[in-house]
Design a protein around this ligand. Structure first.
Ligand SMILES: [Zn+2]
Length: 148
């Protein structure tokens, strides 16, 4: 019984899915509305940037990560080989396929490095940080509810 209770404690408090709140759940799968909005804004921003760079690169990105109802899932492109996942992309591991495609598309090293910096910054500023802020806010308000 104690074991079950301990498990429940680890469940995500931002949704009713009864899943352990690990980073994968939290970053990609949690159906919480606020999270969904943040993911959507981030996703559209990256997609737009890539479209401006190369349509092939854009294609590879949406083949790696897809947005469904505000949740991030693995795409069905070449990225779906089990090596490249939505989780990889959101945790900043750049799939080799992106790098390869950029080279094939004639994007020079400097431009690609600039893109990687931009991507890393968007991950931090537009995805991880706002997600964390929302989570902290929700947790704080839950605590207040408990007290009052
Ligand atoms: Zn959740």
């Amino acid at each position: 019984m104690g074991h079950l209770k301990a498990e429940k404690k680890a469940w995500c408090k931002m949704c009713a899915d009864g899943e352990v709140e690990d980073a994968r759940h939290y970053m990609c799968r949690c159906p919480n509305d606020l999270y969904g909005k943040i993911r959507t804004a981030w996703y559209l921003k990256v997609k737009e940037k890539l479209r401006g760079m190369s349509i092939k690169l854009w294609d590879v990105f949406v083949g790696t990560v897809v947005l469904k109802n505000g949740m991030l899932a693995n795409g069905e492109g070449q990225g779906a080989d089990g090596l490249l996942t939505a989780w990889d992309a959101t945790s900043g591991r750049i799939p080799i396929l992106w790098t390869k495609t950029a080279a094939e598309e004639g994007i020079d090293d400097e431009a690609y490095k600039r893109f990687l910096r931009w991507y890393g910054e968007r991950l931090r500023k537009n995805l991880w940080r706002p997600m964390w802020v929302e989570r902290s806010r929700e947790m704080a308000s839950m605590k207040n509810d408990e007290i009052s």
